[in-house]
Ligand binder design. Structure first.
Ligand code: NAD
Ligand code: 2HG
Length: 390
């Protein structure tokens, strides 16, 4: 029986993927084989030594200490693209909320709830509505920083609305480049993008190089009156710099998914409670993808959509499967094969891949009589984890 520990509310559609015959899934499991979570921060959690994999039902893995887990041989998964459409749709809402007097207009209507005469109410509102006029998106220029799963969808949406789209992504993957419309203009730097855009939407991961990438210097380059939209992460912007830019009029507004105390009481900030991915569809997509990735890893040793291990998938042969991870240095695979040879174990198929400092291997072998083989592999220098599957 495999054991899965959950944090956060995970969509039932994903949890149902774990068959009851093979899996026990609960939030209070003591020695799990895998952890399934959303935004819960794992940095302060002590994970049991039994944990082989951690799956983040979502895109950002800044709540997972990935480097630490890599040293321990724990595979970390995420679910790329599974919630991108939900975020894209909320970015559209953000652009509209920042362009039109939608929120202030609705708030104003609620202040008139003591006016009970309909004719008087309509007359008052008609006289006052000019305060809530705004601008259209069509014909304006949207800058997108980060053109991955979400950024590319936001680009398509903005083009369909008749906006000009400028993008910046120095680490664009080949797959993402194929997805991107040829109508997206390329900016040479983020500063160049900020200088020419009426709207800018951020879609980068929260990693060291993106920490406070929107700061005083960056905002000094911005086109005056720009609207900034941030559905990526709080750490990407310096909140004090945002406040200064709003006060000086450099920024017209800031729409985000990450409220900060310094924004309280400001009518030029619209802050939502991290609901970019909070749709039934996105939650299901993420949970299903995460559950399937965990199952394929636990049952077959295959790895798909990991943020720290290489992508590895091999069809099963008859017999047994040995999987092991090791530090990416010479001779480890050779030493493992020598152990197998010494124990008369025949290898049927194998795969070896590396990613940075890590190497990962799948060996299908004829059924072994000798129970000491796995222990002998575990004792080889630089091997971090080894497992025998059925
Ligand atoms: N608000 C929410 O609920 C919500 C939901 C989903 C994702 N997110 C956030 O959005 C981020 C992006 O999600 P995604 O699915 O598009 O991820 P993704 O990995 O598909 O795309 C991220 C893109 O950012 C690019 N990038 C990295 N560093 C950059 C830099 N310095 N400048 C410009 N581009 C850079 C990468 O090359 C990549 O193409 C996630 O990491 C997560 O933090 C938030
Ligand atoms: O799980 C969530 O609600 C948020 C997920 C989102 O922040 C992500 O990075 O995918």
């Amino acid at each position: 029986m495999y054991k899965i520990k959950t944090f956060n509310q995970i969509s039932v559609k994903g949890l149902e993927r774990f068959s009851r015959e093979k899996y026990e899934v609960a939030s209070d499991i003591g020695h799990p084989d895998a952890v399934l979570l959303r935004s819960h921060k794992l940095h302060n959690e002590v994970l049991a030594d039994s944990v082989l994999a951690v799956a983040r039902a979502g895109a950002g893995v800044n709540n997972v200490p990935v480097e630490d887990y890599s040293q321990k041989g724990i595979v970390v998964f995420n679910t790329p693209g599974a919630n991108a459409n939900a975020v894209k749709e909320l970015v559209l809402a953000g652009l509209l909320l920042g362009s039109r007097g939608i929120k202030s207009g609705i708030d104003h209507v609620t202040t008139l709830h003591d006016v009970h005469d309909a004719a008087e109410l309509h007359k008052t509102l008609e006289a006052q509505k000019k305060q809530f006029a705004g601008n259209e998106l069509k014909g304006k220029t949207l800058g997108i920083v980060g053109l991955g799963a979400i950024g590319s969808m936001v680009a398509d949406m903005a083009l369909a609305l008749g906006m000009n789209v400028v993008g910046f992504d120095p680490a664009l993957s080949i797959e993402a480049a194929w997805r991107l419309s040829s109508d997206v203009q390329k900016a040479e730097s983020m500063y160049a993008l900020l200088a020419r855009c009426d709207y800018v939407s951020l879609h980068v991961p929260a990693i060291k190089p993106t920490q406070h990438m929107i700061n005083d210097d960056a905002l000094a380059q911005a086109k005056p009156g720009m609207l900034l939209v941030n559905f990526a992460r709080e750490s990407i912007v310096d909140p004090q710099a945002i406040v200064k830019a709003l006060d000086s009029g450099k920024l017209r507004g800031y729409v985000c998914d990450f409220p900060e105390p310094v924004f309280y009481g400001r009518s030029d900030v619209i802050a939502m409670p991290h609901i970019g991915a909070s749709t039934a569809e996105a939650e299901e997509n993420c949970a299903i993808m995460a559950a399937e990735q965990i199952m394929d890893y636990l049952e077959n040793g295959n790895i798909k959509n990991s943020v720290n291990f290489p992508e590895v998938s091999m069809a099963r042969c008859e017999g047994q499967r040995i999987i092991f991870a090791n530090k990416n240095v010479p001779k480890v695979l050779g030493s493992v094969l020598s152990v197998l040879a010494d124990h008369n174990v025949n290898v049927l198929d194998m795969m070896n891949k590396s990613r940075g400092d890590l190497a990962y291997n799948i060996l299908d072998v004829e059924k072994m009589e000798n129970g000491h083989v796995i222990e002998a592999i575990r004792n080889i220098e630089h091997v971090t984890t080894v497992r025998l599957i059925g």
